[in-house]
Design a protein around this ligand. Structure first.
Ligand code: FES
Ligand SMILES: [Fe+2]
Length: 346
């Protein structure tokens, strides 16, 4: 029988992961979030600074995220135990005259950056070695969605380095040529280049030898970028749209997507984030296909997603190797970038 693999197996250590969009973290309401094996709660302390800790009351284990935030402390909904922003238990309402038991809830390093709240994940207590930041969020309105995919996180990341699926999976919205119907548009030959180093894979084109700048803002080229731990950028050709995919592993067979998308060639004005419910159309087309493949081919995170590969699968294979090495905690020493051609019809 197929076992469901739980736990933090897909968590690349010593990286920042998004907890939630900053906009979602108000001053009076806790937010819960799963990052691998860690069930977390986030709230704001008395001065508005974000706090992230394990979502488990030290009394009877009720999730603290069901509780109330007051005066920068979180109070459990079961018996009202109060936990301060540093994780210390500071109040037991049933026994106001007795000393508070000496215990605390484990906290996580947390920072707000690029419109998200991030938590630093390190099972071994390694301190943050960099600050989280997203590329290319410079102007205009972005729409943010949070979705859960029943898909191994590596397969989810690989999909966004796959240039040849687009006319088939996204026939209706195919950039510049989709006509809103399910008819596959005429394919064109895309002259694509790929650059790989020890922590990223970038695909761009058509027709440029030089890699575009990392945020793609100054070019009309389409581009796809993967970077550790589990992040994709997709810039549509003709500067029609740009999207950022931050993936968070839940278990070996599911992941959370924090998705930001912006339409339009010339975004202007200060950045604003619109929190959207539901699921964006284009990623939902990928999700349906990948979830169907996952049910057939992925067991306990041991993937067999390709029965045969063709050259346009190469960027995905490179990204997979980078993620797998990072999951094992090896192979992260810097390497000179390598460039090669990944042209295909698409
Ligand atoms: S379980 Fe949280 S206060 Fe009792
Ligand atoms: Fe897709």
């Amino acid at each position: 029988m197929r076992k469901r693999a739980r736990g933090g197996n897909m968590l690349i250590q010593n990286h920042w992961y998004p907890v939630c969009p900053s906009e979602r973290l108000k001053s009076d309401k806790p937010v819960s979030a799963q990052i691998g094996k860690y069930a977390l709660v986030a709230f704001r302390d008395r001065v508005g600074k974000p706090v992230v800790m394990l979502d488990r009351c030290p009394h009877r284990g009720v999730p603290l995220s069901l509780g109330r935030v007051h005066d920068g402390k979180i109070a459990c909904r079961y018996h009202g135990w109060q936990i301060a922003a540093d994780g210390a238990l500071v109040g037991v309402p049933a026994h106001p005259d007795e000393a508070v038991p000496n215990c605390s809830v484990p906290t996580f390093e947390a920072v707000e950056s690029s419109h998200y709240l991030w938590a630093w994940i390190s099972d071994t207590g390694v301190r943050p070695s960099y600050q989280p930041a997203l590329r290319g969020i410079q102007h205009g309105e972005w729409h943010q969605y949070t979705c859960v995919w029943q898909v191994n996180i590596i397969a989810a990341v690989e999909n966004n380095l796959d240039a040849s699926h687009v006319p088939f999976s996204h026939a209706d919205t195919y950039p510049l040529r989709g006509d809103g119907t399910d008819e596959v548009p005429d394919m064109v030959f895309a002259d694509l280049r790929c650059e790989v180093d020890h922590q990223s894979v970038v695909v761009w084109g058509p027709g440029r030898k030089q890699r575009p700048p990392p945020d793609f803002e100054t070019t009309a080229s389409m581009g796809m970028r993967f970077e550790l731990p589990f992040r994709n950028y997709v810039w549509a050709g003709g500067r029609t749209a740009r999207a950022i995919y931050n993936w968070v592993p839940l278990d070996n067979e599911s992941c959370r997507l924090e998705f930001m998308v912006q339409q339009g060639a010339e975004p202007s004005g200060p950045v604003s984030i619109v929190l959207r419910d539901g699921e964006p159309h284009v990623p939902s087309q990928d999700r349906v296909l990948l979830e169907a493949a996952q049910r057939l081919n992925w067991v306990e995170g041991d993937e067999k997603p390709y029965f045969k590969s063709v050259p346009s699968d190469q960027p995905a294979h490179f990204a997979r190797n980078i993620m797998k090495r990072a999951l094992r905690g090896d192979g992260l020493s810097a390497q000179a970038p390598k460039q090669f051609n990944v042209s295909c019809w698409g």
